[in-house]
Design a protein around this ligand. Sequence first.
Ligand code: ACM
Length: 617
Amino acid sequence: MQVKSSIHIILFFLLVGAFNLSGQNSERYSIIPQPKVLNPVTGEFVINNQTALLVNIKNDSWKELADNFAAQVQRVSGIEIPVKDISSPHFGNTIIFKNVENLPTEGYKLFVTPKIITIESTAPNGLFYGIQTLYQLLPVQIYGNEKVSKKIKWNIPCCEINDRPKFSYRGIMLDVGRHFMPKEFIMKLIDLLSMHKQNIFHWHLTEDQGWRVEIKKYPKLTDVGAWRKETTGYPGTPGDGKPHGGFYTQEDIKEVVEYARQRYVTVVPEIELPGHSSAAIAAYPELSCFPDREYEVPTGWGIKKDVFCPNAKTFQFLEDVFTELFDLFPSPYYHIGGDECPKDRWKESAYCQELMKVLDLQNEDELQIFFVQRMNNFLREKGKKTVIGWDEILDGGSVPSTIAMSYRGHAPAMRALSQNMYTILAPNRWCYLDYYQEDMEKEPKTQALFLPLRKVYDYYPVSDTIRAEKQKFILGTQGCIWTEFIHTPERVEYMAFPRAIALAEVGWCDKQDKDWDLFRKKMLKGFQRLDRKNVNYSKAFYNVVYNFDRKSTFPKKVALTLDYPETKIHYTINGKEPTRNSPIYSDSITINKNDIIKAKGYLKNGTQIGKMNEKRF
Ligand code: ACM
């Protein structure tokens, strides 16, 4: 025993000692999110015509994953990997998907040696993630839908990986209410999330400006509520004169949910209540407190005052809607919105005021809690669902057993923790992916805050001040893509990527395992993968970014950053085009009025990276 373990230690140092993860190795093992434990080892496994894949073929989930892996390899390489039962004899060059006990549900171990690859996991979720890692270790041409014409060696570098996520909830939300996005794009987004081990797609399906899901009992929701006559945007902008709309049929939803199931992504539907419900009210005015008034699907953004009335008709309607959704979304989580519900109509309504007296409620915030409580009871009892709501569900009292999605900073999450309630962190300043990632003056208009990639990467949902026994109530984190200014799938991709990939690492890694320098090196491969998937990602990574106090009318200092690794920034402040002879940026620059800073990034070998960026102060 003693001798054997000494030999193991010597072997380990012989094989592992020569490596560290900087430089070459970040290219060899560009795995995003970073595995918990990754031991680099010399040598490589090569997929070829002799390769076989062994799996327990009687286990449907495992067999499906094996078949999908073999199909993808064949699609791009033409190599046919036979999928055989795990009991079959094997003679080298074999990939084995092995079911072991006691690993976390989403955890896996991956061992790559020149002859054998083994992925061990307990649940299929872990196997799926082991396979995602395997894809990332292969040449990037493994991603894509067509056979690669060039002769490519399908090699996988040897390694030992023991991996598992830090958080169980790792999500991205897409608002399809403000702008409808076709189901094909939803599937593409889910695919991109899953390859980075994100496991939640939060589908914001209803909004003031559009109801997007077919409900058979209420056809006007989509006949009327899914269409607006034009888009006017925020007050002060003229309408575009173009009708906008669209919705998902129940068959579409089933297709998306099935697609997500195969990628271990849970699709969490959101039906906004009681606020953000004007489109439903335009379809069925009786859901409002004033059914005789005229309603239309709003054309502009902002918080609308026409909200669901807490009456029997509305509750029946919502229960009917959720009952249809139960057959479509197997998710254990259902999101019921709860944010930004103005109380104007409830204050105006004699019915609401009377109801508050009968229920002994002090104010309209408590009436909202009553509303949420009622829906929560229904979803828990009839649907066996756990309810998520935006953090207003903690205003006016809280609803036990719900999960607060903390978006107005961290304070709501702290309030949830103080009551031992579960929470998900989506604080807008770190997680709203509709904010700018490059200079606002150069980018198409979007929501006014600045959220560069580095800030997203540096986010961590558990602050050091949270006591250990409270930390378990933090389920994870979520990026949110609101689409007031995002009109097309291409634009969603631009805003989401690469920031969604940074968030994937935030949700997967322990705080001490995050490493920005390593992440940006790995992103060089990360972008190649996105290229293979035809993703229209932002190129801010390649350009110098200007960092200064954006709240100040005249900031005195500006810091220049460039995400692209191992670069130098050359700049001028006299309006001249920078060259490699211009000053090298090292520390923040003190600026005077009318200074024009022009800056470019260069690699060590003198190659320019990205474009020249300039800014006048
Ligand atoms: C939100 O940003 N209203 C959730």
